[in-house]
Design a protein around this ligand. Structure first.
Ligand code: 13P
Length: 265
């Protein structure tokens, strides 16, 4: 029996267009209804939280097309500033205007291509919590770091810089996503055992902060999670869901991962 309600979150990255999004979201909504997961469905048998993290320009579209469904929506980044002369930035308050439930922070693509530091990621998480939005905090090691036995040091550093930026009482309001960089978009996945080991280690880090709240934190796995490997990953004790890239762009694949999460409950 899973202790935490699983969360399956899509990260669309820089994909999607207005018309295509409408198709994808409507297939998602009807698929979820068929799975009996919709809040309005009478046959709602087991709970899985479902969300899509989409490009900023489409948040209004998601709000209007998803508000009557059980699918939540969110962004893929946020500014570390509250307001002001920061051209191109989007604040947590702005995300709140579009009822975002989640926003990803510290994705490895932002750390790598936009030089985001651990400190910046911590600030971003804090801004989101202040605005009532759940940060999905990404951590993960490179292939070289894994080979050098630096996986735990790396993810602990990334996680702890967020934990020190937020109030202790806010611990249960974050989601953590373990995304080994070598598994993102490569088709190579961590084995369920490899992933579980890191997830258990991350849980220990959270427990040091607050044992009771740590048990409530969902730790997602991300990195080439697909319909054929989702069930085995999601069956692991500390894997509480997935952050899905490529497979979230195909409704059949995303729905089949959601179905696997329901069976893992
Ligand atoms: P893929 O599922 O495409 O490997 O992407 C994972 C990811 O980066 C989710 O944030």
């Amino acid at each position: 029996m899973k202790q935490r309600i699983p969360l399956i979150a899509g990260n669309w990255k820089m994909h999607g267009r207005l018309v295509a999004n409408t198709f994808l979201l409507s297939e998602l909504k009807s698929g979820i209804q068929n799975l009996g997961l919709d809040i309005n469905s009478k046959s709602c048998v087991a709970k899985v939280d479902v969300a899509v993290c989409i490009p900023f320009p489409y948040l209004a579209q998601a709000q209007s097309e998803l508000q009557s469904s059980s699918v939540r929506w969110g962004a893929q980044d946020v500014s570390m500033q509250a307001e002001g002369a920061y051209t191109g930035e989007v604040s947590a308050a702005m995300l709140n205007d579009f009822s975002c439930a989640y926003a990803i922070v510290g994705h490895s693509e932002r750390r790598q291509y936009h030089a985001e530091s651990d400190t910046m990621v911590g600030e971003k998480a804090r801004r989101l919590l202040d605005a009532g939005i759940i940060p999905i905090v990404c951590v993960g090691e490179t292939l070289q770091q894994r080979k050098d036995n630096l996986t735990e040091v790396t993810v602990a550093r990334q996680l702890n810089s967020v934990l020190s930026a937020i109030e202790d009482s806010a611990l249960s309001k974050i989601v953590v996503a373990y995304e080994p960089i070598w598994a993102i978009g490569t088709g190579v996945t961590a084995t369920p055992e490899m992933a579980q080991q890191v997830h258990a280690f991350l849980r220990e880090q959270l427990i040091v902060k607050n044992a009771e709240l740590a048990e409530q934190v969902k730790i997602l796995y991300g990195g080439s999670m697909k319909p054929d490997n989702a069930a085995s990953l999601l069956s692991m004790k500390d894997i509480d869901g997935g952050l899905i890239g490529g497979a979230s762009l195909k409704s059949a694949d995303f729905l089949s991962i959601i179905a696997a999460a329901r069976l893992a409950v």
